[in-house]
Design a protein around this ligand. Structure first.
Ligand code: NDP
Length: 463
């Protein structure tokens, strides 16, 4: 009999933590898990899932417009925000139930409580007022929105934590940021008919994405009525007597909004977790430092997901957990593989991307070939929608390997998932050329771009 209550104790009931708890328990170990808010974590409760439901809701406005070109007349349409929120809440409840059920069926002890370290093997469960001990502990507490508390009036602003539960749909919203969350919500609110301003401190949104995606998305956002304020950093937000908000930027410009949403990155939630009592090292921003196997500097403590400063994506957290299980419980050491991670941005139009941007490829490879097609997708011919689709492949000229794929348009995320498989297998441009097209689809462009649009040699562009 071991001296501990549990073989593994997991702190945090999000994607990474739940996967670890469920799988380790089903392998016959004694597992406990604690979550202070709701099981499912950021992704299920206030991230990917409700966001995607809202993206679907917002896209109907396009469809109502587009259908006229195909002979439909749907008459007047109205949108009921509270109906959507209620429907979304019911779905989240169902999903949260599934997460709990999965843990329960696997025999995990589920605690609805905040958990704080007392030492490397002991955790205090606040709601239970008791200490439990474990041989191994996994920290999977995730992140929280950067609330920019040093900004004047930040208390009047919302973040992605609050946006899913607004009591009413704002008439005018300002979103601060130029990353995933900012551009996704700009599309959502614009699609729902809200007067939407996107304020970004840089000159082009989506830093680190391929330049074509950045410029095309900015163009599309503007065509969809989003007021894009670039090189704009919000300095101060004040509440007017009528309840509206006065937003002021660092250049002294000001404007009015009903809601200001800060989408300016996320921070790890390690404060008050007692990590110092366990001797766990963090970096200056509070992320837990881990080795290649997600192990912290303390031999029996691991961390996965957004609490580590790696890649903040749900499937990555799950993968890190699976590697931990393989290494620690199956005797098959496995390091998480963070190479070639496909990702989607559910902006409107959607982005799907995997591998290197053109700019990064040119820095890394001597000879780079770029295959690029920008075209009007078939659906937009009859609908009359003035929006192009982009397909772009980046190829290492020496090996002919496809090292980057960037897609913008309907279902770009779905395409990125599939193309990532071939890229992970090391597919070359010739493999793409040898693949028969599926016709008529948009994605057939990916296998029919025979000649490079342009190339780079030693960083210099040659046509
Ligand atoms: P991102 O890191 O994507 O973007 C943060 C944005 O905020 C950047 O544009 C950044 O500017 C800006 N910013 C940061 N600090 C400040 C500041 N002090 N003042 C003004 N602007 C600032 O973070 P998000 O919050 O959008 O999303 C968090 C993470 O969640 C993402 O990185 C992603 O990994 C994940 N996510 C994934 C999604 C998906 O897979 N579809 C959807 C949503 C989130 P700059 O560019 O100049 O640094």
């Amino acid at each position: 009999m071991t001296q501990y209550d549990y073989d593994l104790f997991v702190i945090g009931g999000g994607s990474g933590g739940v996967r670890a708890g469920r799988m380790v328990s089903s392998l016959g170990h004694r597992v406990g898990i604690a979550e202070e808010y709701r099981y499912g974590g950021t992704c299920v409760i206030r991230g990917c899932v409700p966001k995607k439901l809202m993206v679907y809701a917002s896209k109907f406005s396009d469809q109502f417009e587009d259908c006229r070109g195909f002979g439909w007349d749907v008459g007047n349409t109205t949108f009921d925000w509270n109906y959507l929120i209620d429907a979304k809440d019911k779905e989240l409840e169902r999903l949260e139930g599934l997460y709990r059920k999965g843990l329960d069926n696997a025999g995990v002890d589920i605690f609805n409580s905040r958990a704080e370290f007392k030492d490397a093997h002991s955790v205090y469960l606040v709601a239970e007022d008791k200490i439990v001990t474990a041989e191994k502990i996994m920290v999977a507490v995730g992140g929280t929105p950067n609330r920019q508390s040093d900004m004047l009036g930040s208390e009047f602003c919302i973040t992605s934590d609050e946006v899913f539960d607004l009591k009413k749909l704002p008439q005018k919203i300002t979103i601060s940021g130029g990353g995933y969350i900012a551009v996704e919500f700009a599309g959502i609110f614009a699609g729902l008919g809200v007067d939407t301003t996107l304020a970004y401190r840089g000159s082009e949104i989506l830093k680190n994405f391929d330049k074509d995606l950045r410029t095309l998305l900015m163009d599309s956002l503007q065509k969809r009525g989003v007021n894009l304020r670039l090189n704009t950093e919000i300095n101060q937000v004040d509440k007017n007597s009528d309840g509206t908000l006065r937003v002021e930027d660092k250049g002294g410009n000001h404007w009015i909004a009903d809601q200001v949403m800060l989408a300016t990155g996320r921070l790890p939630v390690t404060k008050g977790l007692g990590l110092e009592l366990a001797g766990v090292e963090m970096d200056t921003r509070g992320y837990i430092k881990v080795d290649d196997y997600s192990k912290s500097n303390v031999d029996n403590i691991w961390a996965v997901g957004d609490v580590t400063n790696r890649v903040q994506l749900t499937p990555v957290a799950i993968h890190e957990s699976m590697c931990f299980i393989s290494t620690e419980y199956k005797g098959e050491p496995q390091k998480p593989d963070h190479e070639l991670i496909a990702t989607a941005v559910f902006s409107q139009p959607e982005i799907g991307t995997v591998g290197l941007s053109e700019e990064d490829a040119v820095k890394k490879y001597e000879h780079v070939e770029v295959y690029r097609a920008e075209f009007r997708p078939m659906r937009n011919t009859l609908s009359g929608r003035d929006e192009k689709m982009l397909m772009k492949l980046i190829v290492d000229g020496a090996s002919k390997r496809v090292i980057g794929a960037h897609i913008m348009g309907d279902d770009a995320g779905e395409m990125a998932q599939l193309i990532a498989i071939s890229m992970k297998m090391g597919a070359t441009k010739t493999d793409f050329d040898n693949t028969m097209a599926v016709h008529p689809t948009a994605s057939e462009e990916l296998v029919t771009m025979y000649a490079p649009s342009y190339e780079f040699r030693h960083g210099e562009r040659v046509e």
